[in-house]
Design a binder for this molecule. Structure first.
Ligand code: PXP
Length: 239
């Protein structure tokens, strides 16, 4: 059965726009799970643009939801994450000027560092995932680095589909990577830029076990409500 992780970062973006307390990401985390999400994703960015340490601690401490914490390899962030103790950790690249996570990790450049950090989280029984581009080389490297899961960056295919361009080559790449990852015993996740249409297309890849979706869910909820949007996604990924 495929799982849905709801990224609630943009609940914090709306809260932060006023610098006050509403809407509360902690309340959102509890609600999205009641509405059918299997887990919540939060990204503790170095610039604390949306979720902050207090939000992350409160959400993880509640033990009422499974939390997937996204972080960069920054030493201080890694230290904080080990204290926050999420259920799952997903390592993502982070670039100061980016609007959102642009592309996957550079595993070759950061090989040693990533391996050491993965080991620390595994010792703490925290599931580890690497956010990577759909590349065979990166899948093999993720296995070498001893990650539990890989999350395939779906930004490129999402943009192609949304702009009505040919996406078969990219879809094929994602399929091949998913098959190899499964064969190597890596759990396969997918995320970034997903909406109903892109999720429907990627859902056909049976090796993908988890979708992590944020911006579209929160945006669409303005018109149709969080509960109804989550239900629609659950229906799509159910098969
Ligand atoms: N997965 C990862 C690893 C991400 O970094 C993000 C964006 O923060 C997402 C999924 C969700 O992307 P989106 O908000 O475009 O759905």
């Amino acid at each position: 059965m495929k799982k849905l992780g709801v990224n609630i970062d943009h609940i914090a973006t709306v809260r932060n726009a006023r610098g006050e307390h509403h809407p509360d990401p902690y309340y959102a985390a509890l609600q999205v799970v009641k509405m059918g999400a299997d887990s919540v994703t939060i990204h503790l960015r170095e610039d604390r643009r949306h979720i902050n340490d207090l939000d992350a601690k409160k959400i993880c401490k509640s033990k009422k939801v499974l939390v997937n914490l996204e972080i960069s390899m920054n030493d201080q962030i890694v230290k904080n994450a080990l204290k926050i103790k999420p259920d799952y950790i997903c390592f993502v690249p982070e670039n100061r000027k980016e609007v959102t996570t642009e592309g996957g990790l550079n595993l070759i450049k950061n090989k040693k560092k990533i391996k050491n950090i993965i080991e620390k989280f595994k010792k703490n029984k925290i599931r580890t995932s690497l956010f990577i581009n759909p590349s065979i080389r990166d899948i093999r490297m993720s296995k070498e680095l001893n990650a539990d899961c890989i999350e395939i960056h779906t930004g490129k295919i999402s943009n192609l589909i949304k702009s009505k361009k040919r996406y078969n080559v990219e879809l094929d790449r994602i399929k091949k990577c998913s098959k190899l990852a499964k064969k190597l015993n890596l759990e396969v996740h997918a995320g970034h830029g997903l909406d109903y249409k892109t999720t429907k297309i990627l859902c056909k890849i049976k090796e993908i076990k988890e979708f992590n979706i944020g911006h579209f869910i929160i945006g669409e909820s303005i018109f149709f409500g969080l509960s109804s949007v989550i239900k629609n996604f659950k229906k799509i990924i159910k098969n």
